[in-house]
Design a protein. Structure first.
Length: 428
């Protein structure tokens, strides 16, 4: 519990205001602002110092709890200094979320479940080789004109493009049938919304594309989780009933390939993804996380994929996640597992930064998970469904959407055109 003594009693009303959710919500409604509310009651309690310090170290994250306490000591001496108050809040907002007590410390995940059998010794062409040979893919690394495709960009052609559409439609149909409401979201978002969701927009770890300031300074969304979280910013849950949403969108990421697994089609700057996002009361978030994980496993099982479910360790949690699961699929040509989805319980981390409240004026919890990350699912499907005669089997659950059992080579002439570099062109 934070306590104040002697001449520092003037600080008490501020802390009461920051931690009084009902008062804060009234202020938000009247001002139209979305002032973030870090959990100062917890962060400034000296009995929590060791736990918070270890949590930051275990997550390999940013945040300095000792600096926060030093700034707080300054604030108690200068309670009317707005610059000190602003610094207090900014430093507090850099502290990552708490971690689940059963989180594994380190960087090695725990295997929770495995599905399917790895076909040892199976000859397999890579996704890019198969799709290039059958005229189904244009990819920057395949000598495509840089006028058309930039670094790690792609075009899907013929039945591969239809397979992408089928994956998205099938996934959304499944989610909607399970009670998830479909929403359509923007790809351009304000920077403060992205920060509030726990994503870095500055510095070396920044993966966000930004527009120029004279164009509004907005950012391209790295995931639709951001947009769906923003939909409920400054709002409360009616009747405390869980709000479950799903959407599909384009995702934009500036991240660089770090190893051979990341090369090629595996890590792209733009891709299509179906996402689930939920807002709920604090007592429901663990159950909703499990619901999302169960849905993911059901989807990948119906796609007949060889995959494994992982409970992620402390170093993989990022800033916002309290608990996180990943699903990895087997990629034959690499002889390696590759991530195809994730699911996270962010507890009140995002809600405190976006003023998302329960009906009884507590901070809500938010939970998110991948429904379908199209490029990586395409890789897994193509590589795990190659026949010896060169055919690529369509998973049975998608055959009704494609009206096909196998993908066909693309006979369109555009798939067979090759880029010829011009010495006179000023572009190359």
């Amino acid at each position: 519990m934070v306590t104040f003594h002697g001449n520092h009693r003037k600080a008490l009303p501020l802390i009461q205001l920051i931690n009084n959710v009902a008062t804060h919500q009234k202020s938000v409604n009247e001002s139209g602002s979305l002032e973030p509310v870090p959990d100062l009651e917890y962060l400034l309690d000296k009995s929590n110092l060791k736990t918070i310090r270890e949590n930051i170290q275990n997550r390999k994250g940013v945040g300095d709890i000792d600096l926060l306490h030093r700034v707080f000591e300054t604030y108690k001496l200068q309670p009317d200094n707005s610059a000190v108050l602003e610094k207090l809040q900014n430093v507090a907002l850099m502290i990552p979320n708490k971690s689940s007590p059963d989180t594994i410390i380190g960087k090695v995940p725990k295997v929770v479940k495995e599905y399917g059998q790895i076909q040892e010794g199976t000859k397999c062409q890579s996704f890019e080789q198969v799709c290039r040979n059958q005229g189904l893919l244009k990819f920057q690394s395949l000598s495509t004109s840089p006028l058309v495709l930039g670094s790690r960009s792609y075009m899907l052609l013929g039945d591969l493009a239809r397979l992408e559409r089928a994956l998205v439609r099938w996934t959304l149909d499944k989610l909607i049938a399970k009670g998830w409401s479909y929403v359509s979201v923007p790809d351009l978002l304000p920077e403060n919304l992205i920060n509030a969701c726990g994503f870095v927009t500055t510095g070396r770890q920044n993966q966000i594309y930004k527009l120029r300031h004279d164009q509004g300074g907005h950012c391209l969304a790295g995931t639709s989780e951001m947009s769906m979280a923003g939909l409920y910013a400054g709002r409360s849950m009616p009747d405390n009933k869980p709000i479950k949403m799903c959407t599909y969108s384009q995702c934009f990421r500036a991240e660089e390939a770090k190893n051979r697994v990341d090369k090629g089609f595996y890590r792209l700057h733009q891709f299509t993804k179906v996402e689930m996002f939920a807002v709920c009361t604090p007592t429901e978030s663990e159950g909703l996380l499990q619901e999302i994980v169960d849905i993911q496993c059901e989807l990948f099982s119906e796609l007949e994929l060889c995959y494994k479910l992982l409970e992620m360790p402390s170093e993989e949690l990022g800033a916002a996640a309290y608990k996180k699961y990943d699903v990895e699929a087997w990629l034959h040509h690499l002889g390696h597992w590759g991530e195809i989805s994730s699911a996270s319980n962010c507890t009140d981390y995002q809600a405190r930064r976006l003023s998302i409240l329960t009906d009884d004026k507590q901070f809500a919890h938010t939970v998110n998970g991948t429904g379908c990350a199209v490029p990586r699912l395409l890789m897994a499907i193509i590589e795990q469904n190659q026949a010896s005669n060169g055919y690529i089997k369509v998973p049975e659950c998608l055959q009704a959407y494609l009206k096909l059992q196998h993908l066909r080579p693309n006979k369109d002439i555009s798939s067979r055109l090759h880029f010829v570099r011009s010495r006179q062109s000023k572009y190359f």
